[in-house]
Structure formats: C-alpha cells, structure tokens
Design a binder for this molecule. Structure first.
Ligand code: FE
Ligand code: FE
Ligand code: ZN
Length: 284
C-alpha cells in the first residue's frame, strides 16, 4: 500500500498519533517535534513510543516525518539565533534516537540579506555540527517557495547545501506547493521538472513528498497551501505526482488546510486514484 499520511498534533503522544492515523486511513504521519515557536520540548515517553511502534508494525506503517519548528534559522545574521537553531536541531535528533530510522525535516533558513552563498555555507556548517547528535535519523532539507530571503528556493541551492555537507544521511523533502510557487511547473511539465531535479540534486536524494495544492500561480513565491484539487496545481497535477513511477514509492504527507475529516477525505481520494488502483484498473 502507498505510504500516505498527514500532519498530526503531537500533544497526546505517539500512540495517539498512530491511532489517529489509522482512523484517517493513513499509514504514516508528520508531527512537529515541539511547539513551532521553538519553545522547550516536552520529554517523550519511551513506553508510549514502544506502544506506537507495535501498532505501526501491525498496521504496516511507513517512515514517519518529524518536522523541526519552522522558526529555526541556521543562517540567521545573529550567532545567537544560529546557535539556538543548532541546539534545537541537535536536541530533536537526540530525542529521535528513541525511534530510529525515521526522517527529520527542516526549512533550510532565510539569509536575511547576507546573500544566498553565505546562507548556503551557514546552513551546511550548522548541519555538519548537528548531524552526529542523531546518527539513526535521515535529515531532510525542504524545498522552499522563495518567500523573502528563503534559501532552498531552487534545486541549485539545495544541491549546493548537500554538496557542502557531503553526507548520505541528508536528503530532500519536496513540497509540491513550494516548488510550484518557486517556479517549477509540476502540473504541466512534471517530466521536465523531475529530469532537472535528477540532474541537479539526484532523484536518489529525494526521500519524501509534502503533497499540497497551492492557492497561487506557479512562480508566485507565496507559500499558501490549498486543499487537494482546490488550488492552482489541481487534482490532476497532484495525482500526476502521486502516481509517477519515480515518486510513488516515497512517503506522502498532506499539509493542506484541513481538519481531521478533511484529511480523511483527501487520503481516501488519493488512495482511490493512486498508482495501485490505476494498475488494478489496467489489469481488468
Ligand atoms: Fe515545512
Ligand atoms: Fe511543507
Ligand atoms: Zn509551506
């Protein structure tokens, strides 16, 4: 079965997220490692994690995606802010050792006028420093829409960071809303976009997809998510991503503006139109 889930609240712990995911028809989920404002994290409970892992195994869950607070900035102008980001990420990675083998996704950062090259170097430097804290977690750079001075707004910037870090344990999470807003037309030119991704970054580095529609036009650099099929990418465009032979094995995470019922509906829709159903229909 395809690995599909959505963003869930971590407030009630891991078993609760796992059970919620099952109710929604999901077999994975994403969660924030702590309050997005980056405050002190609640300790995780090993018993709760063990119970989650038993459920995940019984239900055939795929990898889960821990999302760093989006307020962290590894390439801030202020050393204090950079250090806070490094400390928070190291602490998250250390806690993720309680559930080894999963993914930790973060927004590369904003260079705030220092220039993209400085941003890239600071991000790579920060990553090299924090990676040893969680050796069993794959760290993912998220592709960004290019709002303000965001770094990671094109494949070249992501590739430059990966090259400088030089570690297999760092990969990429492609956010469909962000790349679309960043100017990659995955609706009408998915093949070309994936060929570019492969040439510049390497498809082997692509580990996860944030599946979101976008409220805005391609190249708008806005980053406003929309429900599946209600935005500018549209259902057909997003199903193209879901069903693409180079992508369909990856885990997909919804970050659409939805309540839990809305997520359940979207997951049902995606499962009904996913590659397995296409293949079954093709065999009839
Ligand atoms: Fe994100
Ligand atoms: Fe995202
Ligand atoms: Zn976004």
């Amino acid at each position: 079965m395809q690995i599909i889930g959505c963003h869930l609240s971590v407030a009630k712990g891991f078993l609760a997220m796992g059970e919620e995911a099952v109710r929604l028809g999901a077999n994975t989920f994403q969660f924030f490692t702590r309050n997005p404002r980056g405050s002190k994290a609640k300790a995780w409970d090993q018993e709760d994690i063990d119970a989650y892992q038993a459920l995940a195994e019984a239900k055939g869950f795929g990898v889960i995606l821990a999302h760093a607070p989006y307020t962290l900035n590894l390439c801030s102008k202020e050393e204090k802010t950079r250090q806070f980001a490094r400390q928070t990420m190291a602490d998250d990675l250390q806690r993720l050792e309680m559930l080894p083998g999963n993914y930790y996704n973060f927004h590369p950062g904003s260079h705030v006028g220092q220039g993209v090259q400085t941003g890239i170097h600071l991000i790579a430097q920060g990553l090299r420093e924090v990676l040893p804290a969680g050796p069993h977690t794959t760290v993912l750079l998220e592709t960004m829409a290019g709002k303000g001075t965001e770094v990671g707004r094109n494949f070249e910037e992501i590739a430059a960071i990966l090259d400088l870090v030089g570690e297999d344990r760092v990969g990429v999470c492609l956010d469909t809303c962000h790349v679309w807003d960043g100017g990659y037309d995955i609706r009408d030119h998915l093949e070309e976009v994936l060929a570019l991704f492969d040439r510049i970054i390497g498809l082997n580095r692509l580990k996860a997809i944030h599946l979101n529609d976008s409220k805005n036009l391609c190249h708008s650099q806005k980053d406003r998510h929309e429900k599946i099929g209600q935005g500018q990418i549209g259902a057909a465009g997003l199903l193209g991503v879901l069903c693409h032979p180079s992508l369909c094995q990856l885990p997909f995470y919804l970050e659409t503006p939805n309540d839990l019922d809305g997520y359940a509906q979207e997951i049902r829709f995606l499962r009904q139109h996913g590659p397995e159903c296409l293949a079954e229909r093709g065999n009839d």
